[in-house]
Ligand binder design. Structure first.
Ligand code: BES
Ligand code: MN
Ligand code: ZN
Length: 517
């Protein structure tokens, strides 16, 4: 990953491949953002005009390259758009008003454009640790690439990938204070969260022939050891003994047996306990209710919820948060075979309830039901599950926004606000009681399908039945944002995105601070 340093160096003397500056959309054209004063001065204060001549407007996502002014050691200036220039009303208490997400996106755009570069200096508007953390995250997340499978066999493991261009190697952040505890803390937090988030992306991008439930569990065990987490892995035998009918039913068709992984981070001074539950379908073929071609090509991403939970628990441990966090990874591969669960089968779940499986492609709710019930047995203060659960949620909210459902209105709002705070698009969704009727089964306690309309909410209502009595719970359906099938944008690459990691980490931080529940 890109190495970050805080630097007090002046831009002209910096030895780097490029200097990154911000440009905002002002009322009369582009304006140079604070932080780039030295660069502007070297252009005789006419940089905004130069940028306008080059066609820059300051719009978000825009990138303009220009030769560095005479006297600069770096040869190139990279100007990235920050969107609308903030008005004075946003600039209180020595703040410049630039919003964290605009900085995060701009830094990500620049980091992506600097693929192959050795070193870049970032002279973006920094008015405190918040901005510094956002810029750091933008660089670390934007510079991400997944190259493990590129190149010849001998080259595998070479971080440079097939095109020979590695990610930006080093970034110096100007405007940060290397001796300021808050600045150093913001940088350290960004590094821990981004490293774990990028690891979640790696897991999502890994092909399903290499990442089966056992392999995922093994990776979790190794990480747990490294970060002092307790880990328990229930294999097929233990799941059978424990009566985990949902996980066993879904995993039964695959040659790779399912697993339930429990990762526990404990802090001696913790007063609260959060449980995170992740859907970890390492490949979703649909099972006997097989998905048609056109719907299965990206289904390696169906373990994105488990990857997010895994990353968030490790990040909480690395940050030493004063809260107990338990992560549950419900891992299975959904495949059709002679041993697969059939439409019409009835499963006895870990909670004791019976489920009639009407569609084997509605498998996520089955593995989650067992993991939610397992998580409930510890009576945590709250449970949050994360899942690429329904195509219906994508229809409702598009490919960048996840839906938030909950059994508690205040908690749903708190989760939504945490997501907004960290720059993850999310939206609250209801759990309409009338939709429960559609899941009535003539033979079992509930069916795994309900009416078609509101399919994402039906899935949420199903999950709710497997949350222990009186436990606060929220459900994040990340089917849209988990995997980016389009081109890279902002700090989001193609492929696995690491959706929900930052929201989960923020929830753990808020809980540790006593600001949640
Ligand atoms: N993993 C899919 C949902 C999904 C779809 C995630 C597209 C990401 C992108 C899930 O297991 C599924 O197949 N859901 C079905 C449920 C239906 C059968 C009730 C769906 O949404 O069609
Ligand atoms: Mn499915
Ligand atoms: Zn699925």
């Amino acid at each position: 990953m890109t190495a970050l340093t805080l630097s007090t160096a002046a831009a002209p003397g910096l030895r780097a491949d490029a200097i990154v500056i911000g440009v905002a959309k002002g009322a009369q054209g582009p304006v140079v953002a604070p932080g780039a004063e030295a660069v502007d001065k070297a252009y005789d204060g006419k940089l905004a005009g130069v940028l306008e001549t080059l066609g820059a407007s300051g719009a978000e996502g825009e990138l303009t390259k220009l030769p560095a002014p005479a006297g600069f050691k770096a040869p190139l200036v990279v100007a990235v758009g920050l969107g609308e220039e903030p008005g004075d009303e946003n600039a209180e208490d020595g703040e410049n008003g630039y919003d964290a997400e605009a900085l995060r996106k701009a830094a990500g755009v620049a980091a992506r454009a600097l693929t192959g570069a050795r070193k870049a200096a970032f002279a973006l508007p920094v008015d405190g640790p918040g901005a510094l953390g956002a810029i750091s995250e933008g660089i670390l997340l934007g510079a991400y690439s997944f190259d493990a499978y590129k190149g010849s066999a001998q080259d595998t493991g070479n971080a440079k990938g097939k095109n020979g261009k590695g990610p930006l190697a080093e970034a110096a952040l100007l405007g940060g204070k290397p001796r300021d505890a808050a600045h150093k803390g913001a940088l350290a937090r960004a590094v821990a969260v981004s490293e774990e988030l990028n690891r979640a992306r790696d897991l999502i991008n890994m092909p399903p022939n290499d990442l089966d439930p056992a392999a995922f569990a093994q990776i979790a065990q190794t990480a747990a050891k490294e970060h002092g987490l307790k880990v328990q892995v229930l294999d097929e035998k233990a799941l059978t003994k424990g009566g985990y009918g949902g996980i066993l039913g879904v995993g039964g068709g695959s040659a790779s047996a399912p697993r339930l992984v429990k990762l526990s981070y404990r802090h001696p001074k913790a007063e609260k306990h959060l449980a995170f539950v992740g859907k970890g379908i390492t490949y979703d073929s649909g099972g006997i209710s097989l998905k048609p071609a056109g719907h299965n090509e990206t289904m390696k991403c169906d373990m994105s919820g488990a990857a997010a939970v895994f990353a968030a628990v490790v990040a909480a441990a690395r940050l030493g948060l004063e809260v107990n966090v338990t992560g549950w990874l419900a891992l299975a591969e959904n495949m059709p075979s002679g041993s697969a669960v059939r439409p019409g089968d009835v499963l006895r779940m870990y909670s004791g309830k019976t489920v009639e499986v009407l569609n084997t492609d509605a498998e996520g709710r089955l593995v989650l039901a067992d993991a939610l019930w397992a998580a409930s047995q510890e009576n945590p203060d709250a449970i949050v599950d994360v899942a690429t659960l329904t195509g219906a949620m994508m229809l409702a909210l598009g490919s960048r926004t996840f839906g938030v459902m909950a059994n508690d209105d205040a908690f749903r709002s708190a989760v939504y606000e945490a997501a907004e705070e960290v720059g993850e698009p999310a939206w609250p969704m209801p759990l309409p009681e009338h939709l429960r009727k559609g899941m009535e089964s003539p033979v079992a306690d509930i069916a795994n399908m309900g009416e078609r309309w509101g399919g994402g909410l039906v899935a949420g209502l199903f999950l709710r039945e497997f949350v222990g009595e009186g436990i606060t719970w929220a459900h994040l359906d990340i089917a849209g944002p988990a995997f980016n099938e389009g081109g890279a944008f902002g700090y989001t690459p193609k492929g696995g995105t690491g959706s929900a990691v930052r929201t989960l980490v923020r929830l753990a931080e808020l809980t540790a601070a006593g600001d949640l529940g």
